[in-house]
Ligand binder design. Structure first.
Ligand SMILES: Cc1cc2nc3c(=O)[nH]c(=O)nc-3n(C[C@H](O)[C@H](O)[C@H](O)COP(=O)(O)OP(=O)(O)OC[C@H]3O[C@@H](n4cnc5c(N)ncnc54)[C@H](O)[C@@H]3O)c2cc1C
Length: 508
């Protein structure tokens, strides 16, 4: 690694780290991104099994239609002209089902389609559906950067913070089925009924309703395009660069230490990793115990079990929608599942593939799983130095869970087992080792409307040249992390300047 003092040293090459690297290197900053893994991108990583590409995280992105804010952000980042995208079904990009019922419910894309499709299923509830659509748009309008405007989020003391999503649905309509249909994609924010704030639901679900796109051949294309652009700007990206310490003087951060002992110096430092993990590496008294305690006491979002299935050739028709299935009628129950009833729900994503539009090459199933279920194997790590051998018991655990998930899927696709070429399971430990968070959580810290400020981060820490970015600042997801990166870089460049520049560039 070169002996240098970088303008910005970025810890982690997740989407947030790469976007900060892109913004700052475009502005002439000398940036260096340090990634512990052998693949960049964090949750944008893909993996290939039997020639089939699987996303480790991102399965679809909301808000990329021409003119929409995320489109404008992505245009500015140089992504829009290069990404291979597949627009999902206008009249049903999400399919929702319950138990053994043959009835399916759909979300239409764009609020007009969304209302039309749902009102056809719930004609008595027209008013509630219209109200819901209006509320989602209104709530999202309180978040300026989400709409590519500059300004502070208007969350203090408002309904956004003081109402839970579940409560909101209960007030919206007495129709329990409609309540559950409207909340059915809550795995997208790992929703907890008595905790998840309404604004989290609104920001996430609105982004998909306005438009939903899949990434053909996987989401790593985002990371690769950004990385190439950063390198073209003279930025450096180092893989196998595991940061273990932030070296500080009395006031500021001066350098980071890598696991292999190397020291990288910088003027500014941006952390794209879990704040809990970051604080373990910072020993400065500037970070007060009260801040540490607050950060460490933030509850994590739950983790997942993921089953990636390689399908036989021309065996299963590709579906241009995601499927959210619940074995019981209550979509808020699943996060509190009992092991003996697992799995009682799943989200199913069809992999969009460039070689075949008609048949699916692979599908991914996601079902909540608590980290404690795999904690007995927690001492084994999948690291660069060592491929974890977690042993026969762990393999048997995975197989058992995979087969149970297939039993549930079989109710929807009766001959699914005959269509499978092979399958590969990932547990909370896989998520932990690929992302670097302590407990394999899906989306970082859980936001709780009962104590909203607890999980609220500003980009600057008390060490003023150590900034935060990524899913724990603002929001998770591709959209949320994009907003986070702009927030972080605004601290260095000025928000008004940056937002105006993004608007200007995205209109050319
Ligand atoms: C299973 C799953 C499905 C998802 N599905 C979707 C979806 O369909 N659509 C969507 O929009 N979002 C989805 N998300 C959420 C989205 O992927 C994430 O919110 C987002 O990618 C997080 O980006 P980030 O910038 O916070 O970084 P992360 O992706 O968390 O990456 C952090 C990076 O830092 C590195 N790192 C950690 N510690 C160190 C260290 N000490 N030194 C150096 N490097 C380090 C890690 O290796 C990693 O590369 C999903 C997430 C998961 C887990």
């Amino acid at each position: 690694m070169e002996e240098n003092i970088y303008d910005a040293v970025i810890i982690g090459s997740g989407l947030g780290g790469l976007l900060c690297g892109k913004i700052l290197s475009d502005e002439g900053y000398k940036v260096c991104i340090l990634e512990k893994n052998n693949q960049i991108g964090g949750s944008l990583q893909i993996y290939v099994r039997d020639k089939c590409i699987f996303d480790s995280g991102v399965h679809y992105i909301g808000g990329l239609e021409q003119g929409q804010p995320l489109y404008q952000y992505f245009k500015y980042f140089g992504l829009m002209d290069k990404l291979k995208l597949k627009r999902m079904d206008d009249l049903g990009f999400e399919e929702i089902s319950f138990g053994d019922e043959t009835k399916k419910y759909y979300y239409g894309m764009g609020y007009e389609n969304f209302k039309k499709v749902l009102i056809a299923d719930f004609p008595e509830d027209r008013k509630a559906i219209e109200q819901y659509a209006n509320d989602m748009v209104r709530i999202c309008s309180n978040f300026p950067l989400y709409n590519l405007e500059y300004g502070e989020d208007l969350i203090n003391g408002t309904e956004q913070l003081s109402l839970s999503a579940k409560e909101y649905f209960e007030q919206l309509t007495s129709n329990k089925r409609l309540q559950n249909v409207l909340a059915a994609t809550n795995i997208l924010y790992a929703g907890v009924g008595d905790k998840s704030p309404l604004y989290v639901h609104a920001l996430v679900v609105n982004s998909y309703i306005v438009s939903s796109y899949k990434l053909i051949n996987g989401s790593s294309q985002i990371a690769n395009i950004l990385a190439n652009s950063i390198k073209k700007n003279g930025g450096k990206i180092y893989k196998y660069a595991h940061v273990v310490e932030i070296i500080t003087n009395d006031e500021l951060a001066e350098a980071v230490r890598l696991k292999d002992g190397q020291i990288i110096k910088g003027k500014n430092f941006i952390s794209n990793i879990d704040p809990k993990e970051l604080l373990k590496m910072v020993h400065s008294p500037k970070i007060r115990p009260i801040y540490r305690n607050r950060v460490n006491s933030i509850e994590s979002t739950i983790s997942v079990f993921i089953l990636n299935i390689v399908l036989k050739k021309n065996a299963l028709l590709y579906k241009n929608s995601n499927v959210y299935h619940y074995q019981t009628g209550d979509v808020w129950e699943q996060v509190h599942y009992k092991e003996e009833n697992w799995p009682s729900s799943y989200a199913l994503f069809y992999q969009a593939c460039s070689t075949d539009d008609k048949y699916a090459s692979g599908i991914s199933l996601m079902s909540y799983m608590r980290y404690e279920e795999v904690a007995q194997w927690a001492d084994s790590y999948n690291t660069i130095a060592q491929k974890a051998e977690r042993g026969a018991e762990y393999e048997a655990f995975k197989k058992d869970k995979a087969e149970k998930l297939l039993d549930l899927l079989e109710k929807k696709i009766p001959n699914i087992r005959e269509l499978i070429e092979s399958y590969y399971a990932a547990t909370p430990l896989t998520v932990r080792d690929y992302i670097g968070n302590g407990d394999g959580n899906l989306y970082g810290g859980l936001k709780d409307f009962n104590n909203p400020l607890k999980s609220f981060f500003t980009p600057r820490t008390k060490i003023t040249n150590l900034l935060l970015t990524g899913q724990n600042l603002h929001m998770h997801g591709v959209y949320g992390v994009t907003v986070s990166a702009v927030k972080t870089c605004s601290e260095l460049l000025g928000m008004e300047y940056l937002v105006n520049k993004i608007k200007q560039v995205s209109q050319t």
